[in-house]
Write a protein that binds this ligand. Structure first.
Ligand code: AMP
Length: 419
């Protein structure tokens, strides 16, 4: 029987898996530079964790969750996003706040697959808990932009907005609802429901008529209380001070219900219709809503597949692989080849050899298949003179080196690559 992968999932195989690994390493380095530490939480949680936080009016909760009962009738959900599980974890484990955490891992959403949109996808996220200052929002926004820059993605636009707080939002919601009610006959059926449940959600609608109507709607950023307006201006000033390029987008509200004040998104123009590389914002009430102490928070989630897609088009190669394939020209050099293999690995150089007594030609083919950059060749003559022939498979050049020279050179390259 032939098996196929489930709809909306993908396989990461070499060399794509190496690009993925590299992107994650770059992300970890960026996040750690800003003081974030890794947190690993389960890929499934009690369903309540998401319903309570992502919001009963968000598409993620209403339409996209993989929810199931386990064999003991527990209601569980494969995580559609990282933040709620992290909030649950900091409270359950009594983590001291303030704290800065990052995560890398798969998320699950039952949506319509298309380019850049999957049912299982990876997110790279950071969350700062317990820091209220506008500089923190700016720092988090800057970190995301820095990560995309480090991947060589040049066409990433950072969009910023503010959607107010509990003090100013109810009033604004009423105002927006009044505006929409007057035009409800022109709205799509979904927006009519959104208008009742959470009018802010209408800004997410893709329907052209709805979009045209919303063009004239009152905007969140024009209806902020003075504290929110001040915070927003300070975030923008801090971004300018950090030289982070951004654009204001007064219609961007983000798809999850828990955001307050700052909302931001990274947009690419080169990856197709699913153009959001990532997004985030402040969520000053979520920890409290979970039963914890009042805790301001801000974070983002970036889409790893989309980042890889955008990086593909950049000039900067995401991956370089310096695997060495050790080749014994005959069985007489096998033992020495095994020793060289062990020495290479000990020096931190990825290395591999053939154990099936293949002819040299077949070994060269294996080296090619493995994506090796070098072949380290040992023949009778090399062995007698204490030399190794090093062939660079990318250029075809070959030279003889002393064993110690070979080890020093390859180990040096490896060190430089990992920097
Ligand atoms: P969200 O958690 O909805 O704010 O999404 C944050 C980022 O995750 C988006 O900007 C995308 O880059 C990525 N993302 C969200 N949903 C998907 C999906 N179904 N497939 C691939 N990437 C996704």
């Amino acid at each position: 029987m032939k098996h196929t992968r489930p709809k909306g999932t993908r396989d990461f195989l070499p060399p794509e898996s190496a690009r993925k690994q590299r992107a994650e390493a770059v992300f970890r380095r960026c996040a750690e530079l800003y003081g974030f530490q890794e947190a690993v939480t389960p890929t499934f949680e009690h369903t309540e964790v998401f319903v309570k936080s992502s919001g009963v009016t968000s598409d993620v909760v209403t339409k996209e969750m993989y929810t199931f009962k386990d064999r003991s009738e527990r209601e569980l959900t494969l995580r559609p996003e990282g933040t709620p599980g992290l909030v649950r974890a900091i409270l359950e484990n009594g983590l001291r706040i303030p704290c800065r955490l990052y995560y890398v891992g798969p998320m699950f959403r039952y949506n319509r697959p298309q380019k850049g949109r999957y049912r299982e996808f990876y997110q790279l996220g950071v969350e700062s808990f317990g820091e209220a200052g506008p500089e923190v929002d700016a720092e988090v926004i800057a970190l995301g932009a820095e990560f995309f820059g480090a991947l060589g993605i040049r066409d990433c636009e950072t969009q910023v907005n503010s959607i107010g707080c509990r003090a100013c939002r109810p009033q604004y919601h009423e105002q927006l609802k009044r505006f929409l009610t007057e035009r409800s006959s022109e709205l799509c059926p979904e927006c009519r429901t959104r208008m009742e449940q959470n009018p802010l959600r209408t800004f997410d609608c893709k329907n052209e008529t709805c979009q045209a109507i919303l063009g004239n709607a009152p905007k969140p950023k024009d209806n902020l209380c003075s504290a929110c307006a001040e915070h927003f201006q300070a975030v923008l000033a801090a971004l300018r001070a950090r030289d982070v390029k951004f654009a204001l987008n007064d219609r961007m509200v983000r798809g999850l219900d828990y955001y307050s004040r700052t909302a931001f998104e990274y947009i690419s123009r080169t990856i197709g219709a699913q153009d959001s590389l990532g997004g985030g914002g402040r969520y000053d009430y979520l920890v409290e809503d979970f039963g914890g102490p009042a805790t301001p928070a801000v974070g983002f989630a970036l889409g790893e597949e989309r980042a890889l897609l955008a990086a593909e088009q950049s000039d900067k190669p995401v991956v370089s692989r310096r695997l060495v394939f050790v080749i014994a020209m005959s069985d007489g050099e096998r033992a020495a080849a095994g020793e060289l293999l062990a020495e290479l690995r000990k020096a931190g150089v990825p290395a591999q050899m053939d154990y099936d007594h293949r002819k040299p030609k077949a070994q060269f083919r294996s080296a090619d298949n493995a994506g090796a950059q070098y072949c380290a060749i040992l023949g009778e003559r090399e062995l007698a003179q204490g030399l190794v022939s090093l062939k660079d498979l990318t250029t075809g050049e070959q030279q003889e080196l002393k064993r110690t020279e070979l080890l020093a050179r390859l180990a040096g390259q490896q060190m430089a690559d990992s920097r």
